[in-house]
Ligand binder design. Structure first.
Ligand SMILES: Cc1cc2nc3c(=O)[nH]c(=O)nc-3n(C[C@H](O)[C@H](O)[C@H](O)COP(=O)(O)O)c2cc1C
Length: 366
């Protein structure tokens, strides 16, 4: 049996051994943007999950672009130095390539960590002013963000570029822009959150302008050999919001400015959005994007089992799959998937004796 999931794929000049990606997952455990021991533990572990690529969590390109006080950032020399140490750690002990998701939380910034309630920070908790395309709050309890000026947009665009340079110096293999889940770039694209009357609002062309400027500026400082991707929304799950057709138009435009791959997610643009939380929830949106644009396409969302992941890639609905919660639940998910699908997967030499062919004859007592 030949597994589609375990076939290699190339993004720009980056060779990935299989189509499994560890989805970016905020850990809310950084110290003023700087990675801590927790990140070494978390990313070191997932570097040995069998996934060919691990994407480091949403990483704020400026201090105010973090979601919470605990979010990772890449806006200082300390942030960069810790990231470089972490990349070296994962390379030394793990088998995966490493990407990073560069992000700005926009109007969803200045929030509590999930285990503190995930609500906006209260006055005693050192909250900060949030920025957005328009002065529209994320939800009823959320503060009004400040509408971004041209100078704000320039600063944020420069911030993405500076963070990309830091990520490259730190040794990262791929960069991914966060253009989903209601954060800043998504909020520019969506008609739900962008009501601007200048050239950065209005039609889809206007609403795409700022995210495309960011993608173009980041691409310009990266070597062609290094993949640049974007996570985008396949569906706002709201009347009048973004649709899969918009996602395809945006993905096509991203491809036009040199973006190598997209990851199709959905939801999060407003507190009212109600995504359909079902297995493979974004696969059909990814399929539409891939069919219409031809860009390398990843998808995510309740994929969870090896057979489901295999079926998506084998049917050509997406080129790669990302998994988040299933990887936390089972950090060797890729090893177990290889066993189910009869494929080979890289393991560190210290753990090679766990390969199924080396203990196939063994029995275990109850
Ligand atoms: C703990 C946790 C943190 C997350 N942080 C991020 C993030 O930093 N960036 C992002 O794009 N998505 C983030 N997500 C969403 C996941 O990447 C993924 O899209 C979502 O969980 C659906 O995939 P799953 O069903 O495999 O968990 C996070 C999810 C979890 C569970």
């Amino acid at each position: 049996m030949t597994s589609a999931l375990f076939s290699p794929i190339r993004l720009a000049d980056l060779e990935l051994a299989n189509r499994i990606v560890v989805s970016p997952m905020c850990q809310y455990s950084a110290d003023d943007g700087v990675a801590t021991d927790w990140h070494f533990n978390h990313l070191g572990m997932l570097s040995n999950s069998g996934a060919a690529l691990v994407v480091v969590e949403a990483t704020g390109i400026e201090r105010r672009g973090r979601i919470t006080h605990g979010c990772l950032g890449l806006y200082s020399d300390d942030c960069e130095a810790a990231l470089a140490r972490m990349v070296a750690h994962c390379r030394r002990f793990g088998t995966a390539k490493l990407g990073i998701q560069l992000a700005h939380a926009g109007r969803k910034a200045s929030a509590q960590r999930p285990w503190e309630g995930a609500q906006p920070l209260k006055s005693g908790d050192d909250p900060w002013e949030t920025v957005a395309p328009s002065a529209i709050a994320f939800g009823p309890n959320w503060p009004l963000p400040r509408e971004m000026s041209a100078a704000d947009m320039e600063r944020v665009c420069d911030g993405f570029v500076a963070a990309a340079k830091r990520a490259m110096r730190a040794g990262i293999d791929a960069i991914e822009l966060h253009g989903a889940h209601g954060y800043l770039l998504h909020s520019f694209l969506s008609p739900i959150s962008n009501k601007r009357s200048d050239e950065y609002g209005g039609s889809l062309v206007g609403r795409m302008r700022f995210p495309l400027e960011v993608a173009k500026a980041v691409r310009a400082v990266m070597p062609k050999s290094m993949p640049l991707g974007a996570r985008i929304t396949g569906n706002d799950w709201l009347e009048g919001g973004l649709t899969p057709a918009d996602a395809a138009a945006f993905a096509g435009a991203l491809r036009g400015v040199g973006v190598d791959f997209v990851c199709i997610s959905s939801g999060g643009v407003s507190a009212d959005a109600r995504p359909a939380m079902v297995a493979n929830m974004n696969v059909e949106f990814a399929e539409e994007v891939k069919r219409k644009t031809g860009i390398a396409t990843r998808t995510v969302g309740l994929i969870a089992t090896p057979k489901r992941a295999e079926a998506i890639v084998a049917a050509g609905k997406a080129d790669m799959v990302a998994l988040a919660r299933a990887m936390l639940d089972n950090p060797h998910w890729g090893w177990h998937a290889a066993k189910v699908l009869g494929a080979d997967v890289a393991r560190p030499k210290q753990y090679q004796r766990a390969a199924p062919n080396l203990w196939a004859g063994a029995t275990f007592q109850d």
